[in-house]
Each structure stands twice: as C-alpha cells, then as structure tokens.
Design a protein around this ligand. Structure first.
Ligand code: GTP
Ligand code: SPV
Ligand code: MN
Length: 603
C-alpha cells in the first residue's frame, strides 16, 4: 500500500514528473494507490471519517455509500473546460480555446501549493484492459479520496498498471485538485472544493498531452480518465492515429434465432445511453447485453470491420428516472458496492430519488442535507445525481466486454432529445449521409452540465463538449473511413428520437424497454430483411415493419412519430446551414453537398 513510489516503479519519467508535481502542489503526504480491495475499504472508511460518505444500510444496500457534494459542484462545467493548444484553429469554433503557453503559466500559478494540508493520491489507471496495445495509461494525482474510490470503480487502477507501464512506457499526466488547501488546524468540510465557478479550470494540453483540472470534485470534472482522457485527449490522438474515441454506448442485440449484432449509439449527456445499453427488451425472445454505457474506442480490424471496446469498468449513471420498470439492470448493478452522489437518504439508510418506482417516503434527507417531505415540492435528489457502480455487477454484461479486440459494430445510432420534427427512427442512405446525420444532431440540454437545461443546441455526434480538436476536422475524420474499407463493411447509420412530445408535452413514445421494437427493425435492416420506405430524409420503417405487437399506442401517435414534416425539416436545414458556417473552410465539402441534397429532396 502507501509505499514510497520509487520502491514500486523504476519509470524515471514518472518519478521525475511526480517530484515536480509534489514540488508544485506541496501536499502534506503522498499515497500511491495499489488498487487492492483492502485499499478501497480503507479509503471508504477514511471518507466516512471525514464526513464525505454516509454508509448506507448494510442489509438494504451492502457496502455502499452516499456522498453529498457542495451545491456549487454538481455537474460538468462546460464553460470552464478548455482546449489549450498553440493554434486556435486546432481547437476550432466549438471549443473554449486558450493559448497553451499562457494557460500553462496560469495553471502553474493556480496549482502552486494547492494541496497544502492534504494528502496527494497517485492513481495509476488504464483506460482499456491493462497491457492491451489499444489501451491508454494515465497517472492521476488528486487530493480527493472521493476521486480515488470512484476511479477504482470506473477504471483499472493500481500496481498492474505500473507493471504494464514498465520503465519507459507512455502515460498521460493528469493533475487534479479540488482547490481547497487546509491551513494548520483548519477544520475540513464534507465536500471541499473551489466554490467560485470562475476559478474552476478543466484544461487539456493536447500537444503534450496532459490534463490539469482545478476546483471541482464532481464526475467528469474530476474523474480524469473519463471525459478528459478517454474523450477529449483520446479523440485528438485517435484523429492522428486513425481510430475513433466516441461518446457512445455499446450493446449486443441477439435475435430469437440466436444471431447477435453489436450496436453503438451516441446520445448527448442524460439522453439515454445507460438506459439503452442495458435495456430489458419488451419484445419476447430478444436480448440485449451491455458492453459499455458511455464511451467507445473503435478501430478498423484486419477484416475491414469497425471494432469497439469500452475503456471503462463502471457506470457513472444518472439516478433520477432509474427504476425497476425503466432500467432493472441498472438497479441490479447498483444494488451493492455502489457510491451514490446527491440522491436522497431515507430514514432506513437507503437512497431515494424521483421516479425510482418506489413511493416517496414520508420523510428523508435531501441531497443538500435538509429534512424533506413529499409536500415540500422540492426535488429530493439533484437532477444530475448519480450512482457509481461496477460494470461487472450488471446482470446483462456482455461476455466480451473486456475483450481487448472489442466487438464488431453493425450499426450506429445518433440521437438526442427532440420534442418535435425528428422521427422515431430514420436510416441513412449510405456512410456519407450517415456522417451528415451525426453532424446534424442536436438536443435539448439536460442537468448533466451546469448551463441552462431544456435549450435546443447543436451537438454533433453527441461530442460537442468532448471533441478535443477542430470539429470540422472531426467530420472529415469520420468521412475518411469510407476510403479505408469496403462500404458494406461499415456500420449502417440510424437516427433515433425517443423524446418526441405531443401537444400536451407528453412523450409520444413509451421508450426504455419498448425501444427494443426500434432495435429489432434496425437489426432487420442490417440483415437486409427489414422493410423501409424511402423519404427525403432517409429510410423510414414501411407500414407494419415496426413490430408493435402487444403495445398500446394510438395510430395517431405512430403517425406523428414516423412523419416527415416538411416545414420542420426546412427549418432544420436552415439552422444547420448557419451552424456549418461557423466551421469555415474546415467543414468538409461533402457535408455541404449532403445538406443541399436534403434541401432539394424536401422540394
Ligand atoms: P450520461 O451519463 O450523462 O452520458 O447520460 P446517458 O446518455 O447515459 O443517459 P441515461 O440513460 O442515464 O438517461 C438520462 C435520463 O433520460 C434518465 O432520467 C432516463 O430516465 C431518461 N431516459 C432514458 N431513456 C429514455 C427513453 O427511452 N424515454 C424517455 N422518455 N426517457 C428516457
Ligand atoms: C456526461 O455528462 O456525459 C456524463 C457524466 O457521462 S460525467 O462523467 O460527469 O461527464
Ligand atoms: Mn456521458
């Protein structure tokens, strides 16, 4: 356990970097994580002692804990997230660009002495199976034990990673601080962090690469393997190396005949990835297995197909809305060994959140630590409250979920929250049209980031907050796959929308397990058996092609869900045309061509 690092690794680069970091951050002590079970328990005990963790009822929720964050620190901070490179055009119009050199100077000032009075934890972690040539190793230093235990669930942590690194392997330095040094004898608080939003920084030095995150202890701001490394840094490496790092779930869909196709889907934050990734199909005989719920790393295999792997080992899932009715496999995954953050706490010592499928208790402690009763009208759980659960606990985890080679992808889904216009499902004519569809994606914003919720924004490929380089170049990168393999080996592309609403603001489609009906049609399209009609926007299910057996839904609702509304689509075209302007000459000509062709088809 907490051994001196030079007794554990002979990696000179790592030791030199850590010496520099300690000099800069001035922690009281340094602890290197070995990734053992004893260590995890020790850290949980420490968090209980410090008041960050409340142990949950051992019978109801074994080996699980609740953390309440500071109310200023409840989600990702997109406007404090930066891409630091020399040339602004390499970050592109969708990122907050900062000149790398200036930002490095600033970071060196801000991080100076920021760990005084605290322990610095060194977390060696691997995104992807330890030792696989496709995995990436990071070393996160952090002053948050909460981050240590969450990283232990979400990634592969500890000595095996240092072993794989050897004496000269590459690693991505990740520096994290909550930005709350402790003076001698100063009492700590349960969730120390920088409270002024303008003093938080999530910075990616893409040219090195390295990650510097200051001020927040929450989710993607602080668990640096996830959005920072596995998406922003990895997407930029992937562009150079010819692969893809995407904000996508990966699922296996098996037909009653026993045939499996793997599907990857990109939906923006809090738009249904975890739910789809482990859904329980309502259609008899169909099964879904989960490879991953948030991030997919993909590369072309020797056979010319795209293979996807999940670089993570856990789920950091949205709690509200998760119930045995909507997502039983998530409920089972979070039954034990789980960290809950910002949910309610019942008098029995279990967690509770809105739409958990359990009646609200007469009294509980809400996410801010206050007494709560149903009459209060406030939410008991924060809308972005989360569970951190080990993927291995998912009852439908796919047998190949840790296979370093990944799984072959047959179909891509793009989507988002769209109350109008966008139909339930729609298939692209070909790869280029599919890339166009991905680029055209948009969604109403959610509580997963600190900005305003419910605002419609463009979110190409659900990567708006996560693409670590110029989005125009990203589009070109996606298009380039057509020239690198046979067209028929590339996944078929579909656009889905579970969030269409009627005039009263109610969802038209039941969603969740019923989405299996849409997956079945997609499976059949991949197999070449599903019936479709050609429309100006793509292929839609032919009448009767969508299996609605046993589903109580009106003809009128289905008509709306599968309509191609000319007015709405012309609006989309206009909006997209203006959006494309932002990319200037970095926008691939192919996408303009696709947009013009869509406009023409709409007539
Ligand atoms: P991140 O972890 O932020 O990337 O989110 P995610 O894309 O994994 O979203 P998740 O599956 O956690 O769903 C977010 C919210 O959308 C939850 O409150 C779900 O209940 C709700 N949701 C998910 N799927 C559906 C669906 O098919 N229909 C409807 N109406 N709501 C859904
Ligand atoms: C998201 O916001 O897309 C998440 C949650 O998956 S977080 O890890 O906080 O980024
Ligand atoms: Mn996500």
């Amino acid at each position: 356990m907490a051994g001196a690092l030079d007794a554990i690794t002979q990696h000179k680069g790592l030791l030199a970097w850590l010496t520099e970091v300690v000099e800069l951050l001035k922690p009281d002590s340094v602890y290197t994580c070995d990734g053992s079970e004893e260590e995890y328990k020790y850290m949980c005990d420490l968090l209980v002692e410090q008041g960050t963790f409340t142990p949950l009822n051992q019978t109801l929720r074994p080996d699980s804990f609740l953390a309440r964050s500071h109310p200023s620190d409840v989600a990702r901070v997109e406007d404090r997230t930066f891409i630091a490179v020399a040339d602004m055009n390499e970050a592109g119009p969708t990122n907050n660009w900062v000149p790398a050199r200036d930002m490095k100077d600033k970071m060196l000032r801000i991080f100076k002495n920021c760990m005084e009075g605290r322990t610095m934890y060194v977390i060696p972690f691997s995104m992807g199976p330890v030792g696989s040539p496709f995995s990436k190793i990071g070393i996160e230093v952090t002053d948050s034990p909460y981050v240590v235990v969450n990283m232990s669930i979400m990634t592969r942590v500890g000595l095996p990673v240092l072993e794989a690194l050897g004496e000269c392997g590459d690693f991505i330095p990740c520096i994290h601080s909550i930005g709350a040094p402790l003076a001698p004898f100063q009492a700590d608080v349960p969730w120390p962090c920088e409270r002024d939003p303008k003093h938080k920084y999530i910075v990616h030095f893409q040219e090195e690469p390295s990650i510097w995150s200051y001020g927040s202890g929450y989710g993607g701001n602080a668990l640096l393997g996830k959005k920072c490394l596995a998406l922003r840094v990895a997407s930029s490496m992937a562009k150079k190396e010819g692969w893809l790092a995407e904000h996508m779930l990966i699922l296996g869909l098996t037909s009653p005949e026993g045939k499996t196709h793997y599907i990857a889907g990109a939906f923006p934050s809090a738009c249904g990835k975890t739910n789809l990734a482990m859904m329980l199909p309502t259609l008899p005989g169909w099964t879904v297995t989960c490879v991953g719920d948030d991030i997919a790393w993909m590369r072309l295999g020797e056979d010319g197909r795209l293979y996807a792997m999940n670089p993570e080992t856990g789920f950091f899932g949205v709690a509200p809305g998760t119930s045995y009715a909507s997502n039983p496999n998530a409920m089972e995954s979070a039954k034990s060994n789980t960290i809950f953050t910002n949910t309610g706490l019942t008098d029995e010592g279990d967690v509770w959140w809105e739409d958990m499928g359990v009646a609200a208790p007469a009294h509980l402690i809400d996410w801010e630590g206050n007494d709560w009763t149903p009459e209060d009208g406030r939410k008991a759980a924060h809308p972005n409250s989360r569970f951190t659960a080990p993927a291995r606990q998912c009852p439908v985890i796919d047998p190949k979920w840790q296979d370093p080679a990944g799984v072959p992808i047959s179909a891509f889904l793009f989507g988002g929250r769209r109350a109008s216009t966008i139909p339930l499902v729609n298939q692209a004519f070909d790869w280029e049209h599919g890339v166009f569809m991905g680029s055209a994606a948009g969604s109403e914003t959610t509580a997963a980031n600190l900005s305003k919720t419910g605002v419609l924004r463009h979110d190409p490929f659900a990567m708006l907050p996560f693409c670590g380089y110029n989005m125009g170049d990203y589009f070109s990168h996606w298009l380039s796959f057509a020239g690198r393999t046979d067209a028929e080996k590339l996944p078929k592309v579909f656009f889905v929308n579970w969030f269409r609403k009627d005039d009263d603001g109610k969802f038209l489609w039941p969603g969740y397990g019923e989405n299996s009906r849409v997956l079945k049609w997609i499976f059949e399209r991949v197999e070449g058996t599903g019936e479709a009609v050609e429309t100006p926007i793509g292929y839609l299910p032919a009448p009767g092609a969508l299996d609605l057996s046993g589903l109580d839904i009106s003809d009128d609702a289905m008509k709306q869900l599968l309509a191609v509304e000319k007015e709405g689509w012309l609006n989309e075209v206009d909006g997209l045309s203006k959006y494309y302007d932002e990319f200037g000459d970095r926008l691939p000509a192919e996408l303009r061509k696709q947009l013009a062709a869509l406009k023409e088809r709409l007539g």
